[in-house]
Design a binder for this molecule. Structure first.
Ligand SMILES: Nc1ncnc2c1ncn2[C@@H]1O[C@H](COP(=O)(O)OC(=O)CCCC[C@@H]2CCSS2)[C@@H](O)[C@H]1O
Length: 329
């Protein structure tokens, strides 16, 4: 096994690009281990609807990035208290979905630290009933990776607040996240340690206490390609939002200004049909508003930009911009 040092960067787009680049370009016979820690971000599954998973009012207010990954499964929250591991190997055709095989060394490392961890359910590592790690896989061209999170000392309020609690207003065939009771690993440690110490302990355990950890070093050309991949894919709106499976939004809400009924169809991340009904009191022609909605990118930032400077009172009576955005997304 070889270890790749990601250079300590916390940019989720760059770390996911490094993982993909390693999978596709740094092939060899030996399995590769990669660790990364991301700044506050939500990492959504390949087949998810971004709008359905992310509490965008919260992520915008707290500068939390939203990035889609290659592997399937649900949405997870990352911050500097969450360590991610990724085993990148040949795909022998039998290993896919074999989470036990890949999580075993991590579970063992945790148990050696006195944490009563076990792989349970489909893809979680738990202590008792509480989840400390979520895992997922991706395979392409005879290679695969199995990656997972380790909640070490993450900000638990953000873990729940940044993810959408009850996406009732959405209808889609997108993969839904499986909400879990979560816990930080630091809670279960007899001796306090930092996430760096924790990372070193896991690394040493996976490499069987070897005095020197064999490393795979990237060249400057490799890093340049990684940066390009990060820009092209993991920082692109088309990937992070546009790839969401088609969905419908049905919103019915009573506000001080009146009752609103909103319906929208969204395809490739853009509003393809919109209808707004209600008993609000405005003078403007509501058809103008539905016209404005047509074709807009369905993310909070784009919607806010599109309605900046629009006199909402003219159409709806006393409705604030935040209320309007909360109705839409
Ligand atoms: N960081 C983290 N770790 C573990 N569990 C989490 C985390 N954040 C949120 N959650 C909980 O898991 C569910 C979603 O569970 P669900 O099973 O739907 O999804 C996953 O587990 C996906 C794991 C992907 C791992 C990748 C590894 C490197 S990049 S991301 C969510 O609603 C929360 O309740």
């Amino acid at each position: 096994m070889l270890f790749i040092d990601n250079g300590g960067g916390n940019d989720p787009a760059l770390n996911l690009a490094l993982e993909e680049y390693t999978l596709r370009r740094l092939s060899g016979d030996e399995p590769i281990l990669l660790f990364y820690i991301n700044k506050p971000s939500i990492i959504i599954g390949k087949n998810q609807n971004t709008a359905e998973e992310v509490n965008s009012a919260y992520t915008e207010a707290h500068s939390i990035d939203v990035v889609r990954r290659l592997s399937g499964g649900g949405a997870v929250y990352h911050d500097l208290g969450n360590l991610n591991f990724s085993f990148i190997t040949q795909d022998d055709g039998n290993s896919f979905h074999n989470f036990r095989k890949f999580t075993e060394p991590v579970v063992k490392a945790l148990r050696d630290m006195g944490v009563d961890a076990e792989l349970s359910g489909r893809n979680d590592i738990q202590v008792g009933e509480r989840k400390i790690s979520g895992n997922a896989m991706f395979a392409t061209g005879g290679r695969m990776f199995c990656h997972g999170t380790l909640l070490f000392d993450s900000h638990m309020e953000d873990v729940s607040a940044a993810l959408k609690p009850n996406p009732l207003k959405f209808e889609s065939k997108a993969t839904k996240s499986i909400r879990a009771r979560v816990a930080n690993i630091s809670e279960f440690l007899a001796e306090p340690m930092t996430i760096e110490q924790f990372r070193s302990r896991i690394l040493a355990s996976i490499f069987g206490g070897a005095s020197e950890i064999p490393q795979l070093r990237l060249t400057e050309a490799d890093w340049e390609a990684v940066r390009q991949l990060a820009d092209r894919r993991y920082r692109s709106w088309d990937w992070n939002y546009g790839l969401s499976p088609a969905f419908n939004v049905r919103q019915h809400k009573r506000l001080p200004a009146g009752t609103f009924d909103i319906r929208m169809d969204v395809q490739e991340g853009r509003i393809s049909e919109a209808a707004v009904y209600g008993d609000f009191f405005g003078r403007g022609e509501i058809g103008d508003v539905t016209e404005m909605l047509q074709g807009l990118r369905y993310d909070r930032e784009s919607l806010a930009a599109a309605f900046e400077g629009v006199d909402l009172t003219f159409y709806f009576g006393a409705v604030t911009m935040d209320e309007w955005l909360d109705l839409l997304i």
